[in-house]
Design a binder for this molecule. Structure first.
Ligand SMILES: C[S@@+](CC[C@H](N)C(=O)[O-])C[C@H]1O[C@@H](n2cnc3c(N)ncnc32)[C@H](O)[C@@H]1O
Length: 481
């Protein structure tokens, strides 16, 4: 990651909010103290904020390496049989609010309690709703329910899930997934895929950092891949996460012979392997999916000018560190979101978002180098795709401007299909509001005009420094002639 920008020091700012600070340089003196763990329950009144902080900062999650092993393969086959028997996919669909015309499966944007009430009216039994809550929301369920509902299959599911550390037993002999959820989705072509991700922070049982991120752009990208004319040959994905695009590509484009992926994080790679086991319909499909430890290993198997479909991950446009008051930094002391910049503790979005989300101030810190590494791999007619929220200057995505110096830019054409979502574009005003909202989630009770001014100044300066007019979501495609 590049070094953080040094934001304007607030020590010269008479408008500083919060209780008066007697010594100008007290931040430096208190830095060690601030970074000591606090008793969160004592300091944070708001339960939701407490959870957000806990998920990001405090715990190291298991890499779930068993999921990529032969035991993981057996567990995938038991899980698939159990989810099929339960008719998880059609029950899951009943939870979708009516106003979702498509089938988006965002477990985290649905109003879960309302959906489960509605599901009751759709004839789902109490027990079925409990199973859905277990898989979908990470809530605990009596162990005996598995035996009751699924017989021997249920017993195997429980013992293998415990063995692989996918689930744990609570004190009351209930089974609870370890910060994971299962979901299902239909691809553009109509196949059902089962997916696994880290439980979003706002669910009660979320207990670890969000690494295996399934999000809106994961689903939009998978639909965009499904819409392509049939693709043949080799596909490559940098940053394959939990494997959604790998399995989507194998199911949607049978002409693909090899689909190579890698991710920086072992937990992601192991889940991607497990998700391949869950969804490949036969040995041939499974063998097409190759998950590598790192990019170098992948590039040893994939030559330049050979790839028909390249998939590059997208990351968020992120504000620079926001200076904190002493009180705010105390509240965040244990969170792992702090950096000290110009002697001031700051809320550091790079730490908050982690490697799965942070894209630097223009959103391209990771995507641009990865795109530059992907382009030489493309064969003639090959396409590199990315999908997410992109910074724009005028009508052109910044990434396209930055590729103008690319060595054989003449052989490339680009298109950007903007989402028709009324939330876009994110203008500077909208970005200020969004950042303020996110900040308040993390810093309980943070409010006031001065905070808003501070965030607004940081964002406007950052946008202007990076030549960004607005941000728009959509699908970027770069094609080699
Ligand atoms: C926004 S997620 C996308 C995951 C997945 N492709 C999807 O569609 O859901 C970005 C992924 O890129 C990974 N990542 C971050 N930096 C990377 C890098 N330099 N090389 C490869 N992967 C990276 C993260 O661990 C994360 O899994």
């Amino acid at each position: 990651m590049p070094p953080l920008e040094r934001p304007e020091s607030e020590s010269s700012n008479p408008d500083r909010e919060g209780p008066p600070i007697r010594e100008e340089n007290c931040y430096e003196e208190r830095e060690r103290e601030l970074l000591q763990p606090l008793k969160k329950a004592d300091t944070l009144a708001d339960g939701a904020s407490h959870r957000v902080i806990e998920k990001q900062g405090a715990h190291q999650q298991s890499d779930l390496e068993g999921l990529a092993s032969s035991r993981g393969q057996q567990f995938a086959s038991v899980s698939r049989e159990l989810l099929d028997t339960f008719e998880f996919d059609s029950k899951n669909e009943l939870l979708r609010p009516d106003d979702y015309e498509v089938y988006p499966n965002f477990p985290w944007v649905i109003d879960a309690p309302q959906c489960f009430d509605d599901a009751a009216h759709q004839g789902l039994s109490l027990e079925d709703r409990a199973f859905l809550r277990f898989f979908f929301l990470g809530e605990e369920i009596e162990v005996s329910a598995f035996q009751r509902k699924f017989g021997e299959l249920g017993e195997r599911f429980v013992s293998q899930a415990l063995d692989l550390e996918v689930a744990r037993l609570t004190d009351r002999r209930e089974l609870e997934l370890q910060n994971l959820f299962f979901s299902s989705r239909r691809t553009y072509g109509g196949s059902t895929v089962y997916l696994v991700g880290d439980l979003p922070s706002h669910y009660p049982t979320s207990s670890g950092p969000l690494e295996i991120e399934l999000e809106g752009s994961s689903f939009s990208l998978s639909d965009a891949i499904g819409c392509l004319d049939p693709v043949e040959g080799i596909a490559v994905e940098f940053g394959c996460g939990g494997g959604i695009q790998l399995v989507n590509s194998v199911l949607e484009h049978p002409g693909l012979l090899e689909i190579h992926g890698y991710d920086l994080l072992a937990r992601q790679r192991n889940v991607a392997r497990f998700v391949s086991y869950l969804n490949a319909r036969n040995r041939e499909e499974l063998d097409k999916i190759r998950i590598h430890q790192n990019q170098a290993d992948l590039l040893r198997e994939v030559g330049e000018g050979t790839v028909s479909l390249g998939i590059v991950p997208s990351f968020l446009v992120v504000p620079p560190p926001i200076p904190l008051t002493l009180r705010q930094s105390s509240l965040l002391a244990e969170s792992g979101f702090l950096s000290v910049v110009s002697d001031r503790p700051c809320f550091d979005f790079s730490k908050y978002l982690g490697v799965t989300g942070w894209g630097g101030e223009d959103g391209l810190a990771v995507t641009l180098p990865l795109m530059k590494q992907m382009l030489p791999l493309l064969r003639s007619g090959g396409i590199a795709m990315a999908c997410g929220d992109y910074a724009f200057r005028g009508d052109t995505p910044l990434i396209v401007e930055k590729l103008e110096d690319y060595k054989d830019a003449d052989s490339l054409t680009w298109s950007f299909e903007k989402y028709e979502d009324e939330a876009f574009p994110y203008t500077p005003d909208v970005l200020v509001e969004m950042t303020l909202e996110e900040f308040r989630l993390c810093v309980p009770g943070a409010s006031g005009a001065r905070l808003r001014d501070r965030i607004e100044r940081a964002i406007r300066e950052s946008l202007s420094r990076n030549g960004i007019d607005y941000i728009h979501g959509g699908v970027l495609m770069i094609e080699r002639h």
